[in-house]
Design a protein around this ligand. Structure first.
Ligand SMILES: NC(=O)c1ccc[n+]([C@@H]2O[C@H](COP(=O)([O-])OP(=O)(O)OC[C@H]3O[C@@H](n4cnc5c(N)ncnc54)[C@H](O)[C@@H]3O)[C@@H](O)[C@H]2O)c1
Length: 482
């Protein structure tokens, strides 16, 4: 462990990142653009549309305090049904309504909650617009959306317009104009829209964020994250993704559909939208080989997938530059044989962290000066203990027993309910959500231009220069349940 006391290291380095943007003279969006090699001609949709009269920023806008957070769920498949149970066990939360186009799934979720001793939620289903009927209820404060990607924008927008706050599964939308519209609709309705980015609440990810903000890596210069998950078996299953919706996306475009699980934690550690911003993105894609090869070997010729042509590259990589001259590599691959990884790596002038690479229980490895020398990796374990986020110290045991994905689902749900009950500012706001999802359409645009850079929109409309906290919050209590 450290050769010098941690406190000295923090005195030496702590806060340099926090003051760096200002010290670098990035006092305005214009100034920042001039200080970098941002391409002068904005890509389609990169230029900020004007705000309508009365429309104002949602930055630092707290939730109104709620005694109980009443949740309505749309989409009760693999993800939505598990998360419904998760919402129902957070102190001070109550699932009041559930909706799925398949009415039997709404009934199944309602039955499950009732059997667990919870009040039975109202059921909606049986038609594509059943969710709109659910949104008319006045006993819903938060809508959680876990439908296929093609419905997220329309349903998220409708939820905001119905006066509810919204948590939307990844991605919140797949087109730039939709992302802008969700930002604008949030600003107009004064409701918060948050990406359900559970991996940003992962234990290692939050420790990486704390290490970065406490100066352990010196000046952070680059990060690498992604979503590398061999989904081939699930994509061709007839019982997993409803109507094979996720496989069908691979027939539609060449895009980085789902890199946010790895991109978002790196962006948070770099204070994206909170002192820095993503400015340009360049994409590359490999040939689409994995799905067709899997089908050839494992799927009978009578299967409907044989009528499909897969066009999405197996590995789609995005190289992103920031206004402060940092770089992020964000990757997406769900069609190749490989062990799971979100990469989750951050590096700077004094060291590096890499997840999914260590041999100890945490899975991470680290090398930071002056603690380490000799060019060999060290276990992350002692650093995780030192930099463990307060959320994991406080509710880590509950998360392990209640939540999926190693507990990070429960941490996201507990924290969202806490923020709403206590009337605090969201950790992940509509600007973070839009920025982290922008690589979906931007990768398509860049690939159409043979990998040339395209501009990343500034969804904050210049406010990214202002430093503010987010996932690196201070410890607070859940308001007592009366
Ligand atoms: N954050 C995470 O860790 C995580 C993990 C898994 C999935 N997801 C996301 O969750 C979402 C759902 O994925 P899934 O694996 O549960 O898929 P799924 O196919 O199992 O479930 C989708 C559900 O949506 C329902 N649905 C479809 N159209 C609807 C409509 N118009 N109104 C109401 N319901 C409708 C379907 O009937 C189905 O029950 C996706 O966006 C996926 O990317 C996130």
């Amino acid at each position: 462990m450290p050769d010098i006391p941690a406190v000295s290291r923090r005195l030496l380095l702590g806060g340099t990142l926090a003051t760096g943007a200002v010290a670098a003279g990035l006092g305005s969006a214009t100034g920042a653009a001039a200080a970098t090699s941002e391409a002068p001609s904005p890509a389609d949709g990169a230029a900020a549309p004007s705000r309508r009269s009365g429309q104002k920023s949602m930055i630092n806008v707290p939730f109104e305090p709620h005694r109980t957070v009443r949740v309505g769920v749309i989409g009760l498949g693999n993800r939505g049904s598990g998360m419904t149970t998760g919402w129902s066990v957070v102190p001070g939360a109550l699932v009041t309504a559930v909706c799925d186009i398949r009415a039997d799934r709404a009934k199944r979720s309602a039955d499950g909650l009732a059997a667990a001793g919870k009040p039975r939620p109202a059921e909606y289903g049986g038609s594509e617009d059943a969710y709109a009927k659910m949104l008319r209820r006045d006993d819903i404060d938060l809508v959680y959306i876990a439908t296929p990607w093609e419905f997220h924008y329309e349903q998220g927008r409708a939820a905001l317009l119905s006066g509810k706050h919204v948590v939307v599964e990844l991605p919140i939308a797949t087109e730039l104009h939709e992302l802008w519209d969700l930002v604008d609709t949030s600003e107009r309705t004064r409701r918060n829209l948050m990406l359900s980015e559970n991996c940003s609440y992962g234990r290692n990810e939050l420790a990486m964020l704390k290490m970065a903000h406490e100066g352990l890596f010196g000046e952070v210069t680059n990060g690498h994250g992604g979503y590398l998950h061999d989904l081939r078996e699930l994509l061709f299953s007839d019982t997993y993704y409803t109507d094979a919706w996720r496989r069908r996306w691979h027939t539609r475009s060449t895009a980085s559909f789902y890199a946010m699980h790895g991109l978002a934690p790196v962006a948070a550690a770099m204070d994206i939208n909170r002192g820095d911003r993503m400015t340009t993105l360049k994409a590359t894609a490999t040939a689409p080989k994995g799905l067709a090869d899997y089908r050839e070997r494992f799927v009978p010729k009578s299967h409907p997938s044989w009528r499909e042509t897969y066009i999405n590259g197996d590995l789609v990589s995005c190289a992103i530059e920031t206004a402060r001259g940092r770089t992020i590599r964000a990757e997406h691959d769900v069609s190749s044989p490989r062990p799971y990884s979100r990469i989750n790596s951050l590096a700077g002038s004094r060291g590096i962290f890499e997840d999914y690479a260590g041999t100890s229980a945490t899975g991470g490895r680290i090398y930071v000066e002056p603690d380490h020398s000799g060019h060999s990796w060290r276990d992350f374990d002692t650093y995780l203990k030192e930099f463990d986020h307060w959320l994991w110290k406080k509710i880590g045991d509950d998360a392990a027993s209640n939540g999926g994905h190693g507990g990070m689902d429960y941490v996201l749900q507990w924290r969202t309910v806490q923020l709403m009950r206590a009337g605090l500012v969201p950790d992940i706001d509509v600007y973070d959500s839009a920025s982290w999802c922008a690589p979906v359409p931007l990768s398509v645009m860049s690939l159409k231009k043979k990998g040339r850079p395209v501009d990343v929109p500034d969804f904050t409309r210049g406010s990214w220069v202002n430093l503010r906290s987010g996932l690196d919050s201070r410890s607070t209590d859940m308001p007592p349940v009366s």
